[in-house]
Design a protein around this ligand. Structure first.
Ligand code: ADP
Ligand code: MG
Length: 696
């Protein structure tokens, strides 16, 4: 599959050349991500206007859009520059006025010659007791009246692109639509009563009423499905590659695991046991494991990861665990070390900071197989890092990576099994979008004996009180995080705010007692500030949202979040998860800027009610929509033009099933349906998938 199929060329051509689209308009359209005819096709109307013909504007409930045939009367020119130019018109029952500002006389006389009949359509309103239509949307000769659809689609627009221009451009793109073979399962299409692709686009762009605009309209369902299906085919292809051929068969003996379990001061939860079993079964199988371990903060993912790493070691090989940052890698090392020691397993860390001789020594030990488990950052996947017998790669806090990175990583580890851990309790529909290529183990049970975190909402106006309480608490030896949000568009402004808060708290609580971390600091400075906090030297850590997702400071039992109303619920939940890890009762103060709107209040109250991350994530999705749930760029979540994961979650499940079945039956995408699906992948710009087909 060497290049884009020629049948799609017209849809990937330049915009210039479509009806009414010159270089200027093309530039404007690029502002809203429309650069080819294809993008126009996939930009569906967001609303519509009723333009059914009425006999007269008399008796209408104004203001209202009306479409009516009139006799053009006299023009009353503007009396001053910029003043209104009025044209009196008469419909079947009444007289009203068309009003124009900044119009050219010649143009208006040509458009509305006195004595002739015209169809006008636009918003009619009363002004000084006279009905008027300011800048009609349409003015046509009676014989052209059919050009105004009874229900006119309204498109998302951008500066410099009027609805008229947009509509013409879309129509012109529709006229270039090639006839493409059906890529959907014919049974599905028949069962759902969906139109074919071209017909669906034609319908979606010519809605007959509001119902045709809803996500449930068959044409829209079909088009959304195409998008989701293309995405799921990509994931399914990735899955095949990840699991391609033989993985390593790693059989647990239980020898090392048994020692760790015996040394544990607690018993694994049922959920942990189940996950450990699922992973061990995968690792013992011939197929390469590609599994996601999803568990809320504090659900005990580390133990599960360690048990998995021990399977690799028991089978005579090595394991690696990668964290996104230096701090997290070191924390993993610290929490794994006692477990590893009780099993007699050799543990080492490798990060970007290892240099020179020491690094070379570590690499040599790794290549000899003297190191059993390596913990580290991205540095563990550098070219010159060679394992003796790598059998498992564990990747922690993976939500920062997308499918593409995962696949790259899989490629490095040759046949190694892959376990990805995430603490982001994303709703099921999103999990399918993001991790549809993986199998899932869920830690849906928390270790017993956790004290709930007391969560309170506090108005920002009570800042002084909060600082007063904080002074008392740190006097008792407690530690606190203080999170300053990113509120403005500018990071500089936000950092200034955080630094100001830092200064304020230092003045109030004592110079040496308050630390600061933010995203602009050098990694070494950041680590140093974190280390002082972990060691208890500083009692309060002021931070922008860079507080690492997995950071563990058991003595920290207070979390203050400023402008909590600006955060997503899932993010607040994550931040709150930083406390409540030790034995002390913990508190989370959500400070908001008063007055708090109804929805904002409901959102924050939900956090007060529950610590169930999945429930919070589901409600966050319902309240805010997928786009806002997690920073899309960061989350690795795909962007869809048509599909709405929130309202069309059911389609995602069908798409995933179909994609997996298709690739089981037809892995090389051959025959007519295979060809059609390839065209779909090109159409949906699933470049990754296209590359994968050639790999597979
Ligand atoms: P996370 O899923 O957030 O990575 P951790 O693995 O860091 O969670 O575990 C959080 C804390 O809970 C750790 O201190 C760990 O020792 C403890 N823990 C893990 N499993 C259990 C269990 N089954 N019973 C009691 N405590 C546990
Ligand atoms: Mg963790």
């Amino acid at each position: 599959m060497s290049g884009r199929p020629p049948i799609l060329f017209p849809l990937f051509a330049e915009l210039v050349g479509l009806d009414g689209v010159g270089p200027k308009t093309a530039q404007h359209l690029a502002q809203i991500d429309i650069t080819r005819p294809r993008d126009l096709l996939f930009t569906l109307p967001q609303s519509g206007v009723d333009r059914r013909r009425v006999v007269s504007v008399r008796g209408l409930d104004l203001p209202q859009v009306a479409t009516v045939e009139v006799q053009v009367g006299e023009h009353r020119e503007a009396t001053r520059r910029g003043g209104p130019w009025r044209v009196t018109v008469e419909d079947a029952q009444t007289v009203f006025q068309l009003v124009f500002f900044h119009a050219r006389a010649e143009h208006l006389h040509r458009l509305l010659p006195t004595g002739q009949r015209r169809i006008v359509s636009g918003r009619v309103e009363m002004f000084d007791g006279v009905a008027q239509m300011v800048h009609p949307d349409h003015i046509l000769r009676p014989e052209e009246g059919g050009e105004i659809p009874p229900f006119e689609p309204v498109y998302p627009l951008t500066a410099g692109v009027t609805l008229r221009v947009m509509t013409r451009a879309v129509r012109s793109a529709l006229a270039r639509m090639p006839a493409l073979a059906e890529w959907c399962d014919p049974q599905l299409v028949a069962r759902e009563g969906w139109p074919g692709w071209a017909e669906a686009l034609a319908q979606a762009h010519a809605p007959q009423g509001l119902r045709d605009l809803s996500p449930e309209a068959p044409a829209r369902q079909r088009l959304a499905y195409d998008e989701l299906f293309a995405h799921q085919v990509t994931l399914a292809l990735a899955r095949r590659i990840e699991r391609r051929g033989k993985g390593r068969v790693s059989e647990a003996t239980g020898r090392l695991q048994g020692r760790v379990l015996a040394a544990l001061p607690f018993r694994p939860t049922g959920a942990q046991e189940r996950a450990i079993r699922e992973i061990a079964a995968d690792m013992a199988g011939e197929k390469r494991m590609s599994r996601l371990l999803q568990g809320d903060v504090g659900s005990g993912k580390t133990l599960v990861a360690v048990m998995a790493l021990l399977v690799a070691v028991e089978a005579g090989g090595q394991g690696v665990m990668m964290a996104p940052t230096e701090i997290l890698a070191r924390q993993h090392l610290e929490s794994i070390r006692p477990l590893a020691e009780s099993a007699g397993v050799v543990l080492e860390i490798l990060t970007g900071r290892d240099k020179g001789l020491e690094r070379r020594a570590k690499l040599a030990a790794l290549a000899r197989g003297d190191i059993h488990v390596l913990v580290g950052t991205h540095a563990v996947f550098q070219k010159d890092v060679v394992f003796h017998d790598l059998r498992l790669a564990v990747i922690d806090e993976q939500h920062r990576f997308g499918v593409a990175q995962r696949m790259e990583l899989g490629a490095k580890g040759a046949a190694a099994d892959v376990l990805v851990m995430t603490a982001t309790p994303i709703p099921r529909s999103l999990a399918l979008a993001q991790y549809g290529d993986m199998d899932l183990s869920l830690l849906d049970e928390k270790p017993p004996g956790r004290e709930p975190v007391r969560t309170a909402l506090v108005s920002g106006e009570r800042l002084d009180e909060v600082v007063g309480h904080l002074r008392g608490a740190i006097g008792e030896g407690r530690q606190a995080y203080w999170v300053c949000p990113l509120v403005s568009e500018s990071e500089v402004v936000d950092l200034a705010a955080a630094e100001e808060r830092f200064g304020h708290l230092r003045a109030a609580l004592g110079e040496g007692r308050v630390g600061l971390v933010h995203g602009r600091m050098l990694p070494t400075e950041k680590d140093a500030a974190m280390a002082r906090f972990i060691a208890g030297e500083t009692a309060v850590l002021v931070a922008t949202t860079v507080i690492e997702v997995g950071v563990n400071v058991p003595n920290a039992s207070i979390m203050v979040i400023e402008r909590a109303d600006n955060f997503g619920l899932a993010q607040l939940h994550q931040l709150r998860g930083r406390v409540g890890r030790g034995s002390a009762a913990s508190t989370c103060l959500l400070m908001y800027q008063a007055p708090l709107g109804e929805t904002a209040r409901r959102r924050l109250e939900l956090l007060r009610e529950t610590e169930d991350g999945f429930r919070i994530a589901e409600e966050d999705l319902a309240m805010r929509g997928a786009g806002n749930l997690i920073g899309t760029a960061q989350s690795g979540l795909p962007k869809f033009r048509i599909a709405d994961i929130e309202h069309q979650a059911a389609l995602m499940r069908i798409a995933r099933q179909d994609a997996r079945r298709l690739l089981e039956e037809n892995p090389a995408l051959e025959g007519p349906r295979g060809e059609a699906v390839r065209v779909l992948l090109w159409l949906m710009e699933q470049d990754r998938a296209i590359r994968l087909i050639s790999v597979g």
